[in-house]
Ligand binder design. Structure first.
Ligand SMILES: *[C@@H]1O[C@H](CO)[C@@H](O)[C@H](O)[C@H]1NC(C)=O
Ligand SMILES: *[C@@H]1O[C@H](CO)[C@@H](O)[C@H](O)[C@H]1NC(C)=O
Ligand SMILES: *[C@@H]1O[C@H](CO)[C@@H](O)[C@H](O)[C@H]1NC(C)=O
Ligand SMILES: *[C@@H]1O[C@H](CO)[C@@H](O)[C@H](O)[C@H]1NC(C)=O
Ligand SMILES: *[C@@H]1O[C@H](CO)[C@@H](O)[C@H](O)[C@H]1NC(C)=O
Length: 246
């Protein structure tokens, strides 16, 4: 758990009495066909989210790296693994600037052992252009199989809408926050922003993956810090090319 597992476990509503809390809502099965469930092994097994950006490449957070990594595509309920594609990762490339303490440059690309079969439950998601700048006030969606309010992981994919905040809000919480590399996400005054998700999962704005769930400010409060994908497009293009060489 911890750093790698629990994200967007946010503020408890004041009236929460340890009972049921709605953190997000269950996604319509297979409505987010780009979602990848990631299982990594380091000293122990842990889960992350990710998303398919090419038939054989998944994007996720650098802190989801492990000695072995498996990707599952086409899954909604982890307990019902029918018609899923479980594909081991052949090679992982982390951003060279990744700092495992500040979680700056928290981005990684995974080359799959084989190409995914695209179908109604498995598909790629588009990436932004370098100049696409996500602005405060925009509301986008994050999805994942991360932990629920009761600290148990979810078996079904859940999703929640979160609002992009002004950079100052994150800067006042974290000295290493950098608006040109990161997104400040989640309105602290909005109860419905008490969401959950998984590290490595996508922050999707108008059908485009604009952010990667990270965990820099992984305390109980919002906002959160995500990786700003548009700032990494040159690195992403270069690395995808490298990974797609035979
Ligand atoms: C990946 O999948 C293989 C084959 O099912 C399994 O043997 C291995 O333990 C898995 N590794 C992880 C990290 O889940
Ligand atoms: C990814 O994790 C593995 C296992 O812990 C480690 O051997 C490898 O060096 C890591 N990769 C990078 C680039 O840090
Ligand atoms: C970060 O990486 C360094 C060097 O690989 C390692 O010694 C340290 O334990 C890591 N810190 C965390 C928080 O994982
Ligand atoms: C978490 O899951 C375990 C095992 O499925 C279950 O026994 C436990 O009651 C759950 N905890 C909560 C708080 O729901
Ligand atoms: C933020 O990151 C950019 C790009 O790496 C860098 O040029 C800039 O100096 C950083 N800003 C701060 C305040 O560290």
């Amino acid at each position: 758990m911890f750093l790698v597992l629990v994200f967007l476990v946010a503020v408890l509503p004041v009236n929460a009495e340890g009972g049921e809390i709605i953190w997000g809502t269950e996604s319509k099965p297979h409505s987010r066909p780009y979602m990848a469930f990631i299982r990594s092994k380091d000293t122990k097994l842990f889960r992350c989210g990710g998303f398919l950006v090419a038939r054989d490449i998944v994007m996720t957070a650098a802190h989801c790296n492990g000695s072995t990594i498996n990707v599952t595509l086409g899954v909604h309920n982890l307990k019902k693994q029918k018609n899923i594609q479980l594909i081991p990762v052949r090679k992982a490339i982390l951003h060279e600037g990744f700092n495992n303490e500040t979680l700056v440059n928290d981005i990684m690309l995974l080359k799959l052992e084989r190409k995914a079969q695209l179908n109604s439950a498995v598909d790629t998601i588009g990436l932004p252009k370098s100049k696409d700048w996500v602005k405060p006030g925009q509301v986008c969606t994050v999805a994942g199989w991360g932990s629920l309010a009761n600290c148990n992981s979810s078996n079904t994919l859940q999703e929640v809408n979160l609002e992009v905040q002004k950079g100052q809000k994150c800067r006042s919480m974290s000295q290493t926050y950098n608006d040109s590399l990161q997104l400040c996400v989640g309105n602290p005054s909005e109860n419905k922003a008490t969401g959950k998700g998984d590290s490595g999962g996508p922050f999707v704005c108008k059908g485009v993956a604009q952010g990667i769930v990270s965990c820099q400010l992984c305390t109980g409060t919002l906002p959160r810090v995500f990786t700003r994908i548009s700032s990494y497009m040159p690195w992403i293009r270069k690395t995808m090319k490298l990974l797609q060489e035979p």
